[in-house]
Design a protein around this ligand. Structure first.
Ligand code: IPE
Ligand code: IPE
Ligand code: MG
Length: 259
């Protein structure tokens, strides 16, 4: 409950910028098909929206931005599409790392990374290392990520600690699970955005989205520009987050300044 109150205090009632934004970048394939282009052209076009949303997040003062780039289930796509996505990862990382450094953005890649090629894993580590001192914002790219995978690996780690005698089962609480998830130390996502018109979570944030505000845009990801992002942030700013409290309690708490 303390953290819920703290969240309300931090967010206050007006002018709120979400501390952590998480985005499902969906609709690349349909954007391309609508233009008679191959789906892979949509992925290339989507890379531009990534750059814009990263820079706009820094400008708006977002502290953590999590982007869903490739789900555990996306391996099931045609092989050609998967390999274009892998090439795009490589080439985008190569080009963008310097820009991230210039903008003060620290990069983290989360997910079951052992499934990627050695070359790509190496590049992930290099990109993380090159940006690790940056403090303005953290950009988390979820790659081969699945919410169920994340909870499962947390449970596996708890089981290991119990069997090694390091953890008493009676001491397992929510923070034992939450603290072992692959997300960065920091707040759960405040705002979740999904483009492309579908209204589902698709195995993205399961544990962490317990109290996340959901926002769905009908724009395809390559069309999601700075103005569309600002509209999502404005929509968030107008919402009242109650965390189980009454609206009156929230209004009273909004005047309390919390650390
Ligand atoms: C999202 O766009 C990108 C990835 C899943 C990698 P899609 O490729 O899912 O685009 P649609 O949903 O088929 O239009
Ligand atoms: C979710 O999009 C995953 C990413 C954007 C990386 P999908 O296009 O894979 O989701 P579904 O299959 O339509 O639910
Ligand atoms: Mg899709």
């Amino acid at each position: 409950m303390t953290s819920a109150i703290a969240n309300i205090g931090r967010d206050g009632a007006h002018g709120r910028v979400p501390e952590h934004v998480a985005i499902i970048m969906d609709g690349n394939g349909r954007w391309a098909s609508q233009r008679g282009l191959p789906r892979t052209a949509g992925h290339r076009a989507g890379a531009k929206s990534v750059r814009s949303v990263v820079e706009e997040s820094v400008r708006h003062g977002v502290r953590v931005l999590t982007l869903f780039a490739f789900s555990s289930e996306n391996w099931r796509r045609p092989r050609g599409e998967v390999s274009v996505l892998m090439e795009l990862f490589m080439s985008t990382l190569r080009v963008e790392v310097q820009r991230l450094v210039e903008h003060g953005v620290r990069l983290r890649i989360i997910g079951e990374l052992s499934a990627f090629s050695d070359g790509l894993q190496h590049q992930f580590r290099e990109a993380e290392a090159a940006t690790r001192h940056n403090r303005r914002m953290t950009l988390q790219i979820a790659a081969n990520y699945g919410g169920r995978w994340d909870i499962t690996q947390a449970v596996r780690s708890i089981a290991r600690d119990v069997s090694a005698g390091r953890l008493n089962p009676d001491d397992i609480d929510e923070s034992s699970v939450g603290g072992r998830l692959s997300f960065v130390d920091g707040p759960d996502p405040d705002l979740f955005i999904r483009t492309g018109g579908e209204k589902r979570i698709s195995n993205f944030l399961l544990w962490q989205s317990a109290y996340t505000e959901l926002y769905f845009s009908d724009l395809m990801w390559p069309e999601f520009d700075a103005a569309a992002y600002a509209a999502a942030l404005n929509d968030y700013a107008r919402r009242q987050r109650r965390f189980g409290l009454t609206g009156e309690q929230v209004a009273a708490n909004a005047n309390v300044v919390v650390g």
